[in-house]
Design a binder for this molecule. Structure first.
Ligand code: ADP
Ligand SMILES: Cc1ncc(COP(=O)(O)OP(=O)(O)O)c(N)n1
Length: 274
């Protein structure tokens, strides 16, 4: 009789991506959006939960932060054993959590996508005002790509954007805090959905048709996780961002109604029947 194999035959593991973010009970944004995006893009998603929100299509009804030790322990569990090829951050809630996560990322040898989540689409604050300075001085300096929307970049830099030229000024102001690349998302402007990616010398304008669909909950989380997924697959930043933009544009076009308010983008749009 032959002995059973001691290990199962293994297939190659997909690239590993870690999201450090808040949970969205409604499943459209936060950790849930990140993990769905990672799966859709062929990567193995892992999570460090920073806060738990009670959230649905109508807004955020409440949130609870996790203790710093719980965030640190989740991060160490994943990174020390499994390892990561890219990290994405989202809702970090407080100055203490921002500083902890910045320190953890600084000690990790992987590219990072920092989505400096401030306020949800419904206007609910997800980051304490007292944490803004920690985002500027601790988190942005360790980011490979920082992906603020227009409200977030205005809060962080003081630059109010009303035009594509304004996006250039906002990107320059953001880069002064130290991220390698700035991706300024113009989703809240009129006309085409135009984003600017720049490292201060290279400039890439990403343009997509605006989809007139109110079900856009989770756009920012989805874009940032898609960028992290493509970075983990080994794409350079401009290519990773272009591929992520294509994915989020399809997800927005396919966004669907759920509940009585703003429904989610469709993370599975590429798998649906035509
Ligand atoms: N209605 C839309 N149609 C197509 N693309 C959009 C639309 N709204 C936002 N986008 C794009 O979605 C991505 C996320 O942007 P945005 O919605 O501004 O982020 P956030 O969720 O952080 O506010 C960007 O690439 C932006 O250009
Ligand atoms: C838990 C949690 N994290 C982040 C957000 C913001 O997500 P975003 O992708 O910017 O989408 P909108 O909320 O603006 O639609 C969130 N709502 N919840």
């Amino acid at each position: 009789m032959t002995a059973p194999p001691t290990t199962a035959p293994s297939t190659t593991a997909p690239p590993r991506v870690l999201t450090v973010a808040g949970s969205d009970s409604g499943g459209g944004a936060g950790i849930q959006a990140d993990l769905k995006t990672m799966l859709a893009l062929g990567t193995h998603g892992m999570s460090v939960v920073t806060a738990v929100t009670a959230q649905n299509s109508l807004g955020v009804q409440g949130f609870w932060e996790l203790p710093v030790e719980a965030v640190r322990a989740q991060y160490r569990s994943v990174v020390d054993d499994i390892g990561v090829q890219a990290v994405k951050t989202g809702m970090l809630a407080s100055a203490e959590l921002v500083e902890t996560v910045a320190e953890l990322i600084a000690g990790t040898d992987a590219p990072s996508v920092v989505d400096p989540v401030g306020v949800s689409k419904h206007g609910d604050s997800l980051l304490a005002a007292s944490a803004l300075d920690s985002v500027r001085t601790k988190l942005l300096p360790v980011a490979t790509v920082a992906t603020p929307n227009l409200d977030e970049v205005a809060q962080l830099t003081g630059v109010q954007v009303e035009s594509e030229e304004g996006m250039r000024r906002a990107a320059a102001a953001l880069l002064a805090y130290g991220p390698r690349w700035a991706l300024i998302k113009g989703g809240h402007l009129q006309g085409d959905a135009v984003d600017l990616l720049t490292d201060g010398s290279d400039e890439h304008w990403l343009r997509a048709p605006r989809h007139d669909n109110r079900h856009t909950h989770g756009t920012g989380c989805t874009l940032a996780s898609a960028i992290a997924s493509h970075l983990a697959r080994g794409l350079p930043v401009p290519e990773a961002v272009a591929a992520a933009k294509e994915y989020v544009t399809g997800a927005i076009e396919a966004g669907f109604a759920l509940g009585g308010g703003i429904g989610p983008v469709d993370h599975g749009w590429r798998f649906r029947d035509q």
